[in-house]
Design a protein around this ligand. Sequence first.
Ligand SMILES: NC(=O)C1=CN([C@@H]2O[C@H](COP(=O)(O)OP(=O)(O)OC[C@H]3O[C@@H](n4cnc5c(N)ncnc54)[C@H](O)[C@@H]3O)[C@@H](O)[C@H]2O)C=CC1
Ligand SMILES: CC(=O)N[C@@H]1[C@@H](OP(=O)(O)OP(=O)(O)OC[C@H]2O[C@@H](n3ccc(=O)[nH]c3=O)[C@H](O)[C@@H]2O)O[C@H](C(=O)O)[C@@H](O)[C@@H]1O
Length: 431
Amino acid sequence: MTSSENESELSGPSGLGGPGDPVLDPVEDIVVIGTGFIGLPLALLLADHGKRVVGVDIDRNLVREINDGTLNVDEDELQDLLTTGPVERNLEARTEPTDGDAFVISVPTPLTEPNKSPDLSALEAALESIQPYLEPGDLINVESTIPPLTCEETIVPFLEAAGFEPGADVQLAHSPERILPGNVFDELVGNDRVIGGIDETSRRRAASIYEPFLEGEIYYTDLLSAELCKLMENTFRDVNVALANEFALIGEELDIDMSNVIELANRHPRVDILQPGIGVGGHCLPIDPWFLNEADPEHTNLITSARRINDKMPAVATQKIRRALASHADPTVLAFGAAYKPSVDDCRNSPAMQIVADLRDDGYRVHHYDRYVDELAYDDLPSVLERESPDVVVQLVPHERTVAALESERSRLADAGVDVLQFGVENPIEP
Ligand SMILES: NC(=O)C1=CN([C@@H]2O[C@H](COP(=O)(O)OP(=O)(O)OC[C@H]3O[C@@H](n4cnc5c(N)ncnc54)[C@H](O)[C@@H]3O)[C@@H](O)[C@H]2O)C=CC1
Ligand SMILES: CC(=O)N[C@@H]1[C@@H](OP(=O)(O)OP(=O)(O)OC[C@H]2O[C@@H](n3ccc(=O)[nH]c3=O)[C@H](O)[C@@H]2O)O[C@H](C(=O)O)[C@@H](O)[C@@H]1O
């Protein structure tokens, strides 16, 4: 479904698309600033659908790999897209922006540590970099996840200082990306899209970026609602994982495995408890709730408590591993899993990485592997077991193939007196 079918939900003036209205002028030349996890899939899909796309990234190696078609991406469909004819014709990667009808910004928006304030330096640098190429009639569409009021308090003043009146001579939209890492392609095409805009023209023109490939519906709103909507989605998930983790901690106190109890509770028609695990990682859930806290510290007690519960889960897992290690003299540990969740190679804020670092700080000898992470990759689990002769094997991330390979070694390991500890939440891709 496209935006036009949802027109009844549009706010603002009617009579869109009249003579001279830029709505009639869908974007064709799109400059994507930041071609990482989020920007690259979009750039590839747009190029595949005939848009002329320039992907801009400050990472020179990434730019070269995209242009050479040699980039190694996890998702099969995206990997295939990289070398299709339309993409080879329509996508160019560069380290500097250039002219375009629309600038899509998908740069990182992390936190500054230790005070957990939003770090908007990449967003500001991206805006600076496009300024020389901005012309009246252009659209700026921010996909990065941003704190409430960033459009109003950072982007609008920036554009005004550059001599533009947002809404009058340049358009401004915020269309937060909501794809699930591990299922990027399906979700980019199939998810509903929320588009906030400074005005109707901005919303409609931003929609014209997605319409060529989108099968989900488009919902239009204002800039602040779009900012909040994204943050509330991820906060909802983070708080719900924290609840599951808190239940698991209660289970430890009462010496009962809560996974069965959660399964039973989830038989209730209105209960859907998530899975407890070793903590919450990635570039999103550990960060985004803090943006709400920064905006309103007084009313975010539940949100920050949830964050703290999730943040302490790696230490809880480490403690369990230490208990298992205590029964071995000078043990060798073999740890599988470094990514922040199954089926991805992203190690940002990964609980598994923190657990391994803590064990190494304790002085344990830890050999660390992850089939998805280039620097830690291995071909074949039995050969790794043979080579490292571990006393304890720890599975930190349940990548499907790791779980299966470990399962088939289970009895041999038990016979050899090797302890096996398995942690982690299975791939949370939902049907
Ligand atoms: N990774 C994810 O699963 C999701 C991320 N998001 C949001 O999307 C945004 C981007 O996240 P990711 O794609 O994961 O980050 P990423 O780190 O994978 O990609 C960002 C890219 O931007 C580049 N970059 C940084 N500053 C730049 C600049 N001034 N000009 C040009 N390129 C620049 C970096 O070199 C990097 O390649 C963040 O706001 C994130 O919260 C939203 C939904 C899902
Ligand atoms: C609301 C929501 O589902 N947001 C998604 C989320 O992607 P992300 O990969 O971070 O989410 P995830 O799969 O829940 O994983 C986050 C972390 O939480 C852990 N996790 C997840 C589910 C669960 O039951 N228990 C659990 O411990 C995972 O192991 C992982 O460490 O954040 C993405 C983002 O904003 O970047 C967003 O686009 C995705 O749609």
